[in-house]
Design a protein around this ligand. Sequence first.
Ligand code: NAG
Length: 255
Amino acid sequence: MSLRRLTLVILVVFITTEAASGEEVKKAVGDAVCFRPNRIDPPASSIMWKHRNSSGVLVNVIEWDCNGFSIPNQRFKDITTLDKETGEITIRDLNVKHSGLYTININSKEQEQRFHLEVLERVPKPVIKTQKSINPDAVYLICEYSETIIWKNSAGKTLKGLKLHLKGEFITVEKQGNPENFYTCTLENAVSEATSDPVYERDLFNDLNTRLVVAIAVSLITVVIIILFLIKIHFRDYCAACCRRSKIYKKITDM
Ligand SMILES: *[C@@H]1O[C@H](CO)[C@@H](O)[C@H](O)[C@H]1NC(C)=O
């Protein structure tokens, strides 16, 4: 066998055993996860699961031996169970701190299998912000989040967003003349997705009716203000006259 072929064979064996011994799982906060080792044969007399986080801190997760079960670490208390027949571990109510590498010792011997767990927060339900543009028939819709963003319109078509300076994306929406058209923004990560409430075209552009209503309201208010002003002037003149009269009256009575 040539050296080249040998290298290839070694490489293939290495890659396949790597794949077989490494299991990668992504879960959302609050989910449960199960890891199960290859068949235990003959039955084990002791089992121990260990967890190493990305800082390299190693803790015992759950142990079983002739003294029964024990869960020494607070982080795994009340949420972890172990099946002593199969070696399967279950962890419920996961949080991001449970991310890391899980390994199992059977009869005090560390097994080759590796279990990688990544626990991610669920994405929040996004809220679309709007911003006017110079063009009265166009507005910007903004989705300010760091996750993957997917824009869609009411026809189900995916729209291409442009990157914002800090985080998130925006799209430019032009008036189509159909008030029922709408747009949504969806956030996505490896374990979850969430879509915003739709933003309708009727709420993005002032149509003719609203402009008319605003114009009427403004002219009515102006008329009322002018009337109040005139009434005020009238009363001032009236009072001044009144005042003058009473002064004259006072002078006469003082005499
Ligand atoms: C790893 O665990 C240690 C001890 O609990 C903790 O202080 C540290 O923040 C953890 N690292 C990560 C990346 O969670």
